[in-house]
Write a protein that binds this ligand. Structure first.
Ligand code: S3P
Length: 268
């Protein structure tokens, strides 16, 4: 058996080597993203699951298979974080009518781009210690809208965060102005029929309670359309698309937008 000091030295030495290798792997990941961006290649593609873990083949049946799988999972997470940071440095504000999939998209996108999440409605519920429908019932819509504006103001200093806004948040110009200070605004859309399908079993949205039909939803979407369109930096339709498809589209459009902004800055 080897001496204790020899084993410890070996472990230290391997840790240092590992550090160098991991650094190299993360540098390589950053380089790959830069290459794809410079050549206008998609960083995410429909054919490739963004959450697929790339594992070396010989991990199967390895005596340390369980442990190695865990390590590779963490390495992959770190790579995604490097990739996400190099792709997008700003916040993403998700806007759109109720039932356009903002919360679902946020959950997927935050893992894909390694970002944080903030949900304006959830912040209000937490702050007021009351469900949205109770805030509407007890204090009225104007009070809720003030809470909404305050929550948006409080998010101004967050970084690399996906901000999910309630469907009516962009009706107030000040909210759009405040969101634009640190975020790219992504509008998600869906047909009134799709919206109805997605929200019909929920009674959490006071504006739709008693109005759960296509005519009402269509009317309100039309009334709000110009606010949504004016606020949006990019728009993504969500009808008949998987959350993965939507997020790949969102990420690709945002990366394009950032590249255009960068080119514009360089031209000046
Ligand atoms: C509202 C949308 C809701 C919530 C509130 C009002 C609206 O959020 O903020 O019920 O006016 O469209 P979701 O869009 O997340 O359902």
């Amino acid at each position: 058996m080897r001496e204790l000091s020899e084993i410890k030295d070996d472990l230290d030495c391997i840790s240092r080597e590992l550090l160098k290798l991991l650094e190299k792997k993360l540098d390589c990941t950053a380089e790959l993203v830069e290459y794809k961006k410079a050549h206008g290649l998609p960083v995410f593609s429909q054919e490739e699951d963004p959450f697929h873990d790339f594992l070396p083949d010989d991990i199967k049946g390895h005596v340390y298979e369980e442990e190695l799988r865990k390590i590779f999972k963490q390495v992959r997470k770190a790579e995604k974080s490097v990739q996400g940071k190099s792709l997008l440095d700003c916040n993403i504000a998700l806007i759109g009518f109720m039932g356009t999939g903002k919360s679902t998209v946020s959950k997927y996108l935050k893992d894909m781009l390694s970002m944080k999440e903030a949900d304006v409605d959830a912040m209000i519920v937490q702050e007021q210690k009351m469900a949205i429908k109770d805030i509407f019932a007890q204090h009225g819509e104007a009070y809720f809208r003030d809470c909404e504006s305050n929550a948006i103001i409080s998010l101004q200093n967050c970084r690399r965060t996906i901000i999910t806004c309630g469907g009516g948040a962009v009706i107030r110009d000040e909210n759009v102005k405040n969101l634009k200070k640190s975020s790219r605004i992504v509008l998600l859309t869906a047909s009134p029929e799709t919206v109805l399908e997605r929200v019909k079993y929920s009674d959490e949205r006071p504006i739709l309670n008693g109005n759960m039909n296509v005519e009402f939803i269509k009317g309100l979407i039309d009334k709000r359309a110009s606010y949504y369109e004016r606020a949006a930096d990019i728009t993504v339709e969500t009808d008949r698309k998987s959350v993965q498809q939507i997020c790949i589209e969102v990420a690709a459009s945002l990366v394009r937008l950032e590249a255009e902004a960068e080119n514009e800055r360089e031209r000046k």
